[in-house]
Design a protein around this ligand. Structure first.
Ligand code: SF4
Ligand code: SF4
Ligand code: SF4
Length: 320
């Protein structure tokens, strides 16, 4: 892991010193355990702060479209499979140009869910978590324990179908297996077993603790609308309260806005302070898109997204 981080630092410093990019978007080590954070390096010296670890949970593609005002130059970005798929999506949606992005590709190690680690140590304060091969060494006041990363990965990493970057300019490590053997369709399966009334009840239960903070939306590279429908007031599409109808409207509409676009990167779930499993909604829609149109978002730069094209054999009878 440290060898990959070192390679990223070297490549970033070289790109910046040669003036090939204005900025390298990567991760830096967080000040609290398991919280590596998005970092913008503008100089070869700043590039030395870049890191790579199983705690890099933000989707950096988000920052290609949310760069500080006035920054329009070419950027480099650290991208594992899901982030590269989001970049492909943004290129296809004409939000960025391929030639303006230099991709430093990394095979994903599978990211750790910090909540799952914390749950292992109830009522204890974790002060340090380090990586030792396949394990994590978790330290706190008066304890030190070794746990396997395999047991505490984010849910979406278990079912990831593309760990290696789809598009890349320079690889930072050799490609690994493309998946972990998990079944992506299993995420939606619990919903599919339910009758509509039970499904609604399960959905309302899931979003019951939502505080409408929009961290899930803000963490998502697909949610780049200049004004989101929830912030629009003329007309007001959705109330701003925590009433069931308003909360449900937000989640249903956001999930549908991600249809045929979500790469299952898990950034929304990682960002939610309430631990709401928002991927349960997007995963069901993505499964439908896969089955109806044979399309998986972000896997191919050339393939036209199904919701941007009409084919005579499209399943919707009403269009014909
Ligand atoms: S929820 Fe919909 S309207 Fe809001 S930012 Fe996301 S895609 Fe745009
Ligand atoms: S909806 Fe969530 S899982 Fe899908 S692309 Fe956005 S942040 Fe990633
Ligand atoms: S991040 Fe969680 S609490 Fe915040 S709006 Fe999204 S689902 Fe609700």
């Amino acid at each position: 892991m440290e060898a990959v981080a070192e390679k990223i630092r070297e490549a970033a410093a070289k790109l910046l010193s040669e003036g090939k990019v204005d900025c390298v978007i990567g991760y830096a080590q967080g000040t609290v355990p398991m919280r590596d954070y998005p970092y913008f390096a503008y100089t070869p010296e700043e590039a030395q702060n870049l890191t790579w670890s199983p705690f890099c949970c933000n989707n950096l593609a988000n920052f290609l479209i949310r760069r500080p005002k006035g920054e329009i130059g070419k950027v480099a970005i650290v991208a594992q499979g899901c982030v590269s798929r989001s970049i492909v999506g943004l290129i296809k949606e004409n939000q960025i140009a391929r030639e303006d992005v230099y991709i430093l590709g990394v095979p994903s190690p599978g990211m750790v869910d910090r909540r799952k680690v914390a749950e292992r140590f109830p009522l204890k304060t974790i002060t340090e978590v380090t990586v030792d091969g396949e394990d994590l060494i978790v330290k706190g006041n008066g304890f030190e324990e070794r746990i396997s990363q395999k047991e505490v990965r984010r849910d979406n990493c278990y079912t990831c179908v593309q760990r290696n970057p789809v598009i890349v300019d320079e690889m930072m490590a050799e490609e690994g297996p493309s998946d972990w053997g998990g079944n992506i369709d299993a995420v939606a399966a619990p919903w599919e077993k339910l009758e509509p009334a039970q499904r609604w009840e399960a959905f309302i239960d899931e979003v019951d603790s939502c505080i409408r903070c929009y961290a899930c939306r803000d963490a998502c590279p697909l949610c780049y609308c200049h004004v989101c429908f929830v912030d629009e007031s003329m007309p007001q599409w959705c109330g701003k309260t925590q009433d069931e109808a308003d909360v449900a409207t937000f989640h249903i509409l956001r999930a549908f806005h991600c249809a045929g676009r979500c790469t299952d990167c898990g950034a929304c779930e990682s960002a939610c302070p309430q631990g709401i499993k928002v991927r349960r909604f997007t995963s069901k829609i993505e499964k439908d898109v896969r089955e109806l149109y044979g399309y998986s978002p972000g896997m191919d730069l050339e393939e036209t997204p199904p919701l941007s094209v009409y084919r005579p054999n499209d399943p919707q009878e009403f269009i014909k």
